[in-house]
Design a binder for this molecule. Structure first.
Ligand code: FA5
Ligand code: MG
Length: 355
């Protein structure tokens, strides 16, 4: 399905976003104790100026490329980070905001093209060293508030980083399962931005909410936030108990990996005289792949068998299809429906004769 159909009506609005919404209640509590205002953000469609130019992104920054960013037209795009709303928030002086963000990324266990970020700003009229010291203390206490009861004492370290819109930029990493894991980025708001808005110096930071939530609940796959499966959602329905730290969270119990379901489909290829039906003649197996790619729950397609049918004088191909949804068990009836639909597309679009 295209990204344009999937743009969220509101941040955190999917059923599978429940653990994120729950985590945000804790975040709100932490922030309110530090007199931080929660800023409201609008549509994910923002201008290139908001997302890049005003934040001093060089014209050739890779983040701007069409292969990384969903552009709507020559002026607008789907925001790639919550920082695009920083300018609107500066007058609040101490503020945080949460929004859905979009990046053209591979889909794997830790990357998804739609995710959520929280950004914050904290203005204090102090010299640079004190601004940085304040930021480090604030963010260390935030991470410790979020994770210490669940993960135990959290080992953290700061490493140098680069963002076009901050200086003295840093990333905070935590030691988790034998490796250092990037959790958030921050730095002092760039002087050009300070001048343009005539504001006091201060720091800014940003964090990916799904990644934090995965640590909090031991969720191993970011795609589960898009699940509608009760076995996922029900695990996050308990009471939220606000206090000095997030109480120990019950780790998410993964349900058994879904069983794959195998089905074969066979069809005739009218390519008389060809030695091999797959790489010769009018028939192009890639046309079949183009049709099959649209079926999300189809994991793999393999050519199982190909033989020449002497009576019909046609090649017969058999494909082995592996179906597996990552978030739910597929019923046989659903798979049969998918198969029927695929066959119809193959007949209508490619004129193939199904067996
Ligand atoms: C930023 O987006 C900066 N705007 C953060 C920032 C704000 C720095 C303010 C300084 C001041 P970065 O591109 O590293 O930085 O993304 C931040 C976080 O978003 C990452 O650490 C990660 O947790 C999350 N993230 C990035 N891409 C994905 C993705 N495809 N899926 C899920 N989470 C992602
Ligand atoms: Mg980063």
């Amino acid at each position: 399905m295209s990204i344009w159909k999937r743009v969220l009506p509101q941040p955190l609005s999917q059923p599978g976003h429940l653990p994120l919404r729950r985590m945000v209640q804790y975040i709100d509590h932490f922030m309110s104790q530090r007199e931080m205002h929660r800023g409201i953000v609008g549509s994910p469609k923002v201008t290139i100026a908001q997302n890049f130019d005003n934040l001093l992104f060089p014209k050739d920054h890779p983040g701007r490329s069409k292969s990384d960013t969903y552009y709507c037209d020559s002026r607008t795009l789907l925001r790639t980070h919550a920082t695009c709303h920083q300018n609107e928030m500066l007058s609040l002086k101490k503020a945080y905001w949460i929004c859905d963000t979009y990046r053209r990324d591979e889909i794997d266990r830790t990357h998804y093209p739609i995710f959520h970020q929280m950004d914050a700003i904290y203005l204090i009229n102090k010299p640079d060293e004190e601004v940085i010291a304040h930021m480090k203390a604030f963010l260390e206490s935030f991470v410790s508030y979020m994770l210490k009861e669940t993960l135990g004492q959290v080992e953290m370290r700061w490493v140098d980083a680069y963002f076009p819109f901050t200086y003295n930029s840093l990333e905070l990493e935590i030691f988790y399962r034998d490796q250092w894991l990037e959790l958030l980025g921050g730095g002092i708001i760039h002087q050009d931005i300070q001048k343009r808005h005539d504001i006091q110096p201060g720091w800014a930071f940003g964090i990916g909410l799904e990644r934090l939530c995965m640590l909090l609940y031991n969720i191993q796959d970011i795609r589960l936030f898009w699940s509608r499966d009760d076995r996922f959602i029900k695990q996050f329905s308990g009471e939220v108990q606000l206090g000095d730290s997030v109480p120990k969270q019950m780790p998410f119990v993964p349900f058994s990996r879904m069983q794959p379901c195998y089905k074969d489909i066979s069809f005739f290829v009218d390519d008389s005289g060809q030695e091999n039906p797959i790489d010769a003649g009018r028939f192009d197996m890639n046309d079949v792949h183009d049709i099959l790619r649209d079926y999300e729950d189809l994991e793999e397609v393999k050519v199982q068998d190909a033989f020449y049918h002497p009576k019909k004088q046609k090649w017969s191909l058999c494909l082995r299809l592996t179906f597996r949804a990552w978030d739910r068990t597929l019923e046989n009836e659903q798979v049969m429906q998918l198969i029927n639909d695929m066959k119809k597309q193959m007949v209508d679009q490619l004129g193939l004769e199904m067996r």
